[in-house]
Write a protein that binds this ligand. Structure first.
Ligand code: NAG
Ligand code: NAG
Ligand code: NAG
Ligand code: NAG
Length: 364
């Protein structure tokens, strides 16, 4: 009887394949095998068979507050820090970076140095743990919810970032599925597990408590080459305006070509998603495009989606700088932003974004 009951349960539960990768904290010799075509599962899993001195694979999580004055990002990386253009190497190729923009414009920053990185892939989702850091994440196989857990007693740092997805996953040129390209531009991959989420931040930063809700996001990028040797300018962002969730991407690769990807969903249903039909341009101050070498930060971005339902136009105003670390041969700025717009000749909305600009002046 019990046996039959168990059998019944076993048949009801979907069988989800689980795979565990253990990534050592030192780069490996030889060529990395890099995935650029989707397998039909494991959207958020590792994309390199091994990490060498010039390849990288990262997982990115952010939440920006509705009132634009707070933002938190966790970046978990496998790869030498030098592969991303940081002017330092960390003695481990498994590390994490937490940045938190606080309402008074103070930016909290912490770098976590890890031992072995363990990534468990189940369905399309992943869970990761960088040994010894106190930082980990867990995701569901269907990508519906992720939680980042932080517990570093030595720093008085603990808490969570939670994401409840409200928009389906996608690749640069398509929705999630097998046999899709994952290459955003030559040598760089992208999989966007959670384009928009109800995000909740609840963190204790060494005695200061920061908590807010807002628009959340999770994706991963990886590279077959060092990031600075692949791209000269990279605009990316995500946000929510009224019922619309959007993600934009515009890069100039070292071949001089422009690569774009745009995603727009309304109330969780995709309106437009792919690597055409989107225009992203800097606005007002320093709005020259393509940006000149050493050009300063623009005031914001003008974004137009051409969709089968008409033209969707938004303007993003940079509100606060959320992170601006030094890079060897370029720059990095992440902002919170105020976004206004909607479909042309329809109701216009305002909302919140998290967005970034990465220029590399010397492509080494
Ligand atoms: C790392 O792997 C990439 C991709 O296969 C390859 O092009 C590169 O030469 C490798 N780098 C090193 C230092 O072996
Ligand atoms: C965003 O911009 C709009 C239009 O300028 C303005 O009405 C709104 O107050 C701004 N929102 C925030 C949070 O600054
Ligand atoms: C900003 O707020 C944080 C947290 O409350 C505090 O630690 C910091 O000293 C404040 N900074 C300034 C410049 O007021
Ligand atoms: C979006 O969905 C919510 C709840 O599911 C609903 O109340 C709202 O009317 C929808 N908005 C639009 C613009 O479809």
């Amino acid at each position: 009887m019990y046996f039959l009951l168990l059998l019944g349960i076993a048949q009801v539960l979907p069988s989800i394949a689980q795979k565990t990768d253990m990534i050592p904290p030192v780069t490996q010799f030889g060529a990395s095998k890099v995935e650029f075509t989707s397998a039909g599962a494991g959207l958020d899993g590792p994309k390199l068979d091994k990490v060498n001195a010039t390849t990288f694979d990262w997982w990115y999580f952010d939440i920006g507050s509705e009132n634009l004055n707070a933002e938190a990002t966790l970046l978990m990386v496998t790869g030498d820090a030098f592969t991303l253009g940081f002017p330092f190497t960390l003695g481990t190729s498994n590390y994490g970076i937490l940045t938190v923009l606080q309402p008074n414009d103070t930016i909290y920053q912490q770098i976590f140095l890890g031992g072995d990185a363990t990534v468990v892939v189940s369905g399309d989702g992943s869970s990761g743990n960088w040994e010894g850091t106190g930082v980990s994440w867990t995701g569901t196989p269907d990508l519906s919810s992720y939680t980042v857990n932080i517990d570093v007693p030595l720093l008085g740092l603990e808490g969570t970032m939670t994401l409840k997805s409200i928009a389906p996953a996608h690749f640069p040129c398509s929705s999630n599925g097998a046999g899709q390209t994952e290459e955003l531009f030559p040598n760089i991959g992208w999989a966007n597990a959670i384009p928009d989420a109800v995000g909740t931040v609840d963190l204790n930063l060494g005695g200061e408590h920061v908590s807010f809700t807002g628009t959340g996001y999770h994706d991963k990028n990886w590279g077959a080459k060092r990031l600075p040797s692949t791209v000269t300018s990279w605009y990316w962002g995500h946000g929510r305006v009224g019922p619309y969730s959007l993600v934009w991407f515009d890069a100039i690769a070292i071949d001089g070509d422009e690569y774009i990807s745009g995603y727009l969903a309304k109330n969780g249903t995709v309106v437009s998603s792919g690597c055409s039909g989107i225009l992203v341009r800097p606005t007002r101050v320093n709005s020259e495009y393509p940006p000149a070498p050493l050009q300063g930060d623009p005031s914001g971005f003008h974004i137009e989606y051409t969709t089968s339902e008409g033209k969707f136009v938004v303007d993003v105003e940079n509100h606060a700088v959320a992170w601006e670390p030094p890079l060897v041969s370029g720059g990095y700025t992440r902002w919170t932003g105020n976004i206004t717009g909607g479909f042309e000749d329809q109701q216009q909305y305002t909302g919140a974004t998290v967005h970034e600009w990465i220029p590399f002046y010397f492509n080494v």
